[in-house]
Design a protein around this ligand. Structure first.
Ligand SMILES: C[S@@+](CC[C@H](N)C(=O)[O-])C[C@H]1O[C@@H](n2cnc3c(N)ncnc32)[C@H](O)[C@@H]1O
Length: 209
């Protein structure tokens, strides 16, 4: 097995979605232990707190880039019941299924068209997916399309990714086009104080218009 701390660099260095998917498939079985126990993964809790302030508990929720379902478990604990998991990696989705909290599973890639009708969800949450070499800023077009007007999209994002990879421009242009409005830009914090102490995240909340 690879050195645990090198797992993150190994993931970041994937060349395209096919390799990223393979690497997550391989990581799936030990992901929860590595993230929760060894790295101190804080973003799921922060994002779920922000989400639960805005989205009604009876709402239909898409967990985009659900991975092994850490976010779904937290959503379920605070009373959300209609949870759909979507991810690039079938291995990660298989782990998510074991959690017993999602009603649906969809293997799809953000950055490409999503196979959901418009206005399907009351809220979308996406944690740890807008980061180096993962889902591109263009993913937001589809997340907006599948969210009903008035619904919310909550996601974690690295501030350096925001500045350097086109997220600032994309987020602003969706605002300028009247597609969504910024509700809350959370404070910067260290999402993995033990695994990646030099990295920061912020939780962003938008309302679809
Ligand atoms: C760091 S994990 C985060 C998983 C989970 N949300 C969590 O907080 O533990 C990133 C996840 O995003 C998925 N992913 C990466 N790129 C994606 C894309 N373009 N579309 C959908 N899922 C993607 C990966 O397969 C992986 O499960």
């Amino acid at each position: 097995m690879r050195e645990k701390k090198n797992m993150i660099q190994w993931i970041y260095s994937s060349k395209g979605n096919a390799e990223l998917e393979e690497r997550y498939d391989e990581w799936a079985a030990s992901y929860d232990r590595d993230l929760n126990t060894d790295f101190g993964w804080l973003s799921p809790r922060k994002a779920v707190d922000a989400f639960a302030k805005r989205v009604p508990r009876h709402g239909r929720v898409l967990d985009a880039g659900a991975g092994t379902g850490i976010v779904g478990e937290l959503l379920h604990d605070v009373g959300f019941e209609f949870l759909a998991a979507m991810d690039l990696s079938q291995g990660m989705l298989d782990e998510a299924a074991r959690k017993g909290v999602y009603k649906e599973f969809h293997r799809m890639a953000m950055g490409s068209p999503l196979d959901f009708p418009p206005r399907t969800f009351d809220g979308v949450i996406s944690v740890g997916v807008f980061t180096v070499g993962h889902a591109p800023p263009g993913s937001f077009d589809e997340l907006v399309r599948v969210t009903r007007p008035g619904g919310h999209i909550v996601f974690s994002l690295r501030p350096d990714t925001y500045e350097q990879d086109g997220f600032r421009e994309k987020q602003s242009s969706l605002e300028a086009e009247g597609k969504w409005r910024l509700v809350e830009e959370g404070e910067r914090y260290k999402p993995m104080p033990k695994g990646e102490p030099e990295v920061y995240h912020q939780i962003w909340t938008y309302q679809v218009l």
